[in-house]
Design a protein around this ligand. Structure first.
Ligand SMILES: [Zn+2]
Length: 397
């Protein structure tokens, strides 16, 4: 594992020395990237050694990329190295099944690394506002690390998120509002309570953990970039992390030379701040009023990383599009019945978006694409049942 060389601001490019824990850029409050000396690594570690080292470990998971993660003792529950499933109907479509992670979602990756670093730095209390899945993941990793977790999420999160967080022993507060209201509470109380805030993009390591999705996409496709990556975006950390990974892979010389993927972001028509900003040609998003969708992870009315996301979407030749709950539900049923995969509503936004971009001609059937199912459908049984109009039948008396 390489030592962290420095931190770099995503907005003003200021560099900050490694060693001490960081939150956001002290100059401009931009999110910080972790930087290594990749040039020295490029000559020493080839991508062939990744698989060899992983094979020697009982379950390396995302830590198979330890050579491009901070030099630290991992707090791990087996996150990462999730399946890349070939679609049964579309020959060039691959589904990255993030539901196979501990706690059933992609959030495990970022919080595994954030909690690992928190333990390394000696923090005792972590806090997070969450739309649901980050809460479950933080609660699990904090329990594994013996650190307190303080969690704030909307009152109507998928029930699984509430139950798991309580079971893991976290301090859970259900808030009458959205993740933005939860974020405000954490910001107001963190100083007095001595919480370290692991909010999306307000510390550098959740992005760093999520970047492993980008390494996996490329390795699982034979060290090649796909034409496009479909990624449902609430906070957008995965999209930002993967783009960082693609840049690093080029610098390391681990990927066959080719064009980086078009990054495609999907949101819900009930909460689409990034789509609206993308379409307007704006650099940042505006707060989305009255956000509502059964895709709970997409209910982020004003993501902190909006400007970074918008830059990536434009630079990659991608697009942002909004799907209605009806389109999302139709695609969820389609993939369950025809592929045997129970998608999360967010994942079904990705599959619905693929159908839409084929129809508009934005993509061709021959284009090799990766669609992200960011979480297991089983974490959403209550909200999905409601969307399907299902009720548990009354027991016969
Ligand atoms: Zn800055």
């Amino acid at each position: 594992m390489p030592p962290i060389h420095h931190f770099e601001c995503s907005r003003c490019q200021k560099t900050i020395a490694a060693g001490a824990p960081q939150t956001v850029c002290p100059e401009c409050a931009g999110s910080l990237y972790v930087r290594y000396d990749l040039r020295s690594l490029a000559g020493v570690v080839g991508h062939e050694s990744i698989a060899k080292a992983a094979a020697a470990s009982p379950w390396a998971g995302m830590w198979r990329y330890a050579s491009v993660l901070p030099e630290v003792e991992p707090v791990t529950l087996g996150e990462g190295w999730t399946p890349m499933l070939a679609s049964r109907r579309h020959p060039n479509v691959f589904l990255k099944e993030e539901g196979a992670n501990p706690t059933g979602t992609f959030k495990a990756r970022g919080l595994a690394l954030a909690v690992t670093m928190a333990k390394h730095y000696g923090f005792r209390k972590l806090a997070v506002p969450s739309a649901g899945n980050a809460a479950g993941a933080l609660a699990a990793y904090a329990a594994a690390a013996g650190i307190e977790a303080h969690i704030f999420m909307p009152r109507d999160v998928p029930y699984a998120n509430y139950v798991e967080a309580v079971a893991y022993g976290a301090n859970v507060t259900l808030v009458n509002g959205l993740i933005s209201d939860c974020g405000r509470i954490v910001a107001e109380r963190k100083q007095v309570e001595k919480w370290f805030d692991v909010s999306t993009l307000k510390e550098p390591f959740r992005v760093e953990g999520k970047k492993t999705m980008g390494y996996e996409v490329v390795e699982q496709l034979g060290w090649e970039f796909p034409e496009a990556v479909f990624y449902p975006t609430g906070g957008g950390v995965g999209l930002i992390g993967m783009w960082k990974a693609f840049g690093e892979l080029e610098q390391l010389g681990w990927v066959r030379p080719g064009k980086k993927p078009r990054m495609i972001a999907m949101q819900s028509t009930g909460c689409a701040p990034v789509v609206r900003a993308f379409e307007a040609g704006a650099a940042v998003s505006q707060m989305w009023e009255k956000a509502a969708t059964f895709a709970a992870g997409l209910r982020v009315p004003k993501p902190y990383g909006d400007s970074i996301m918008l830059e990536i979407l434009r630079e990659s030749g991608g697009v942002a599009l909004a799907l209605s709950d009806a389109q999302i539900l139709a695609s969820l049923k389609d993939w369950a019945r025809n592929e045997g995969i129970f998608l999360s509503p967010e994942g079904a936004a990705a599959t619905a978006a693929y159908d839409q971009l084929l129809n508009t001609g934005f993509l061709k059937k021959e284009d090799r694409v990766v669609l992200f199912n960011t979480g297991a459908g089983l974490k959403y049984t209550d909200v999905t049942a409601k969307a399907m109009g299902l009720q548990r039948p009354l027991a016969a008396s």
